[in-house]
Design a protein around this ligand. Structure first.
Ligand SMILES: O=C(O)CCC(=O)C(=O)O
Length: 472
């Protein structure tokens, strides 16, 4: 039985949409949308595509052939994902060209070829080729705390292992290139950290099937442990009792169209033509609470999983946190350090702007409102973190402003602050946007963040933000 399709994702010409409208209609409501008209001047659209609108494979082998990339074998399931192998871009292109040639000479042999469908995924192209500017991130997606942070810091450092160079690239950012022949696909999933994502088709065509977060439980088994892998496989009533009740949103994304994937929406994606896409994952003030919610859920699962060894474990909480980092990509401390650094950066920029906006003008400045929106969201999340007693009692993180401002991180911190400042100013200049909830909360910042204060717990961050903005 086929899927019940309840609607299609809206398509909008991105040139007619203001940033303000995008925030209100899509970021805040957490709804998907396809944006057109935003890729015309991308170098990728010229260099990576032939005149017949097919991927220019030759260009990739000659310019980027030596890169080592992750390639999935689409027909091979491994745990909850497809099996991955590593190869060079040249090798991947060689295999792709061979399969295409076979497909052209025996068009009906596709069933056999399907078994060997290879899909290049998660290529950290921007990190590897910073001087080759393939594209510019559309304004709608500039407010990206995740990649901004990762340009300076690591999300998680495993104290037991030293980072290999290879890992430095793999953990470095969430900006990717994907390349795959017609028939390649990505199994049903929700994105890492419950981030937003955007995905731009440089060429080709993708078919997306989405399920809203309110219906995602319908794709899990009775214990809410295992999720469906392929929504087009024969999903049995026994395996997943609610599956047939799910109502899906469908979308065909054409060449030069960008899809915005909201937080926590599960989706499955099929390339219906040979396709190259660029894809970022990110989060910001709007979906930060969802990131924390996922961490709590994954933490509870990690804890439950090893509950029976609690009594014989010297450091049960530490083990839970290590397992959380291994499974989810960060643990509570990583997240806490992230929000603390981010608060500092926002507060410093806010402080530096006070002199430019005296008196009532301060609150009417959109740039300032954006910073206050950021801090409001962080404060709300920090309040929730504060209630996680087990973690607080067992971990002490010493992260003080002085360390960040004066120590060895000085340059990266200042770089981080000014990088953060840029999107805020760009958004301010281009949109006249005032995100709801930000203006009434914010008062005048009165004092600079205290360089001598130490930030060990979420409550320290809450006090810092509260003191600075004089919230009650
Ligand atoms: O394009 C694909 O195959 C998968 C992309 C995806 O899942 C995403 O952007 O979240």
């Amino acid at each position: 039985m086929g899927l019940k399709i309840g609607g299609r994702v809206e398509k909008i010409d991105g040139r007619t949409l203001s940033y303000n409208q995008f925030c209100e209609r899509f970021l805040q409501k957490n709804e998907p949308v396809v944006l057109t008209g935003l890729m015309d001047d991308w170098r990728a659209c010229r260099d990576w595509v032939n005149h017949n609108a097919q991927p220019n494979l030759h260009f990739f082998s000659t310019h980027f052939g030596n890169s080592t990339v992750q390639v999935v074998e689409c027909s091979k399931k491994e745990f909850t994902d497809q099996a991955r192998v590593e190869m060079s871009v040249s090798e991947f292109i060689g295999k792709w060209s061979k399969i295409s040639a076979e497909e052209t000479s025996h068009p009906s042999g596709s069933a056999e070829n399907c078994q060997y469908l290879l899909y290049l995924k998660d290529w950290h192209f921007v990190k590897e080729y910073p001087d080759y500017v393939a594209y510019s991130t559309p304004l709608f997606f500039h407010d990206d705390w995740l990649n901004l942070y990762l340009d300076t810091y690591h999300m998680h450092r495993n104290p037991d292992t030293t980072y290999q160079e290879k890992n430095e690239i793999n953990c470095s950012d969430y900006r990717f290139v994907y390349m795959g022949a017609k028939g390649t696909w990505t199994p049903f999933h929700a994105d890492v950290f419950r981030s937003y994502s955007w995905s731009a088709n440089v060429c080709g065509k993708k078919k997306w099937h989405f399920l809203s977060p309110s219906q995602c439980h319908l794709t899990f088994d009775r214990n809410m442990k295992n999720c469906v892998y392929d929504i087009f496989a024969d999903v049995s009533e026994k395996q997943c009792p609610g599956f047939r009740k799910a109502v899906w949103l469908e979308c065909t994304q054409e060449e030069k169209e960008i899809i915005f994937v909201p937080s926590g929406w599960h989706h499955q994606v099929h390339n219906e033509a040979d396709t190259i896409s660029i894809n970022h994952n990110w989060f910001n003030a709007y979906n930060l609470p969802l990131v924390w919610k996922l961490l709590v859920k994954d933490y509870n699962e990690a804890k439950e999983y090893i509950e029976d060894i609690r009594d014989i474990c010297d450091d049960f909480e530490g083990l839970c946190q290590r397992n959380l980092a291994a499974n989810t990509g960060m643990n509570f401390s990583d997240f806490f350090i992230f929000v603390t650094r981010f608060s500092f950066a926002n507060l410093v920029i806010l402080h530096n702007n006070i002199k430019d906006f005296p008196g009532p003008l301060f609150r009417s400045c959109n740039h300032i409102r954006k910073l206050i929106l950021n801090l409001t969201s962080i404060k709300r999340v920090a309040l929730k973190m504060q209630s996680m007693n087990d973690w607080r009692e067992n971990s002490r993180i010493s992260l003080d402003f002085e360390e960040i401002a004066k120590g060895q991180n000085l340059h990266s911190y200042l770089g981080y602050s000014s990088a953060l400042d840029k999107p805020c100013q760009t958004l301010h200049l281009q949109s006249g946007h005032c995100p709801s909830g930000s203006s009434s909360d914010g008062q005048y910042p009165t004092s600079k963040p205290d360089p001598n204060s130490s930030h060990q717990f979420p409550c320290d961050v809450i006090h810092l933000i509260r003191d600075f903005l004089k919230w009650d």
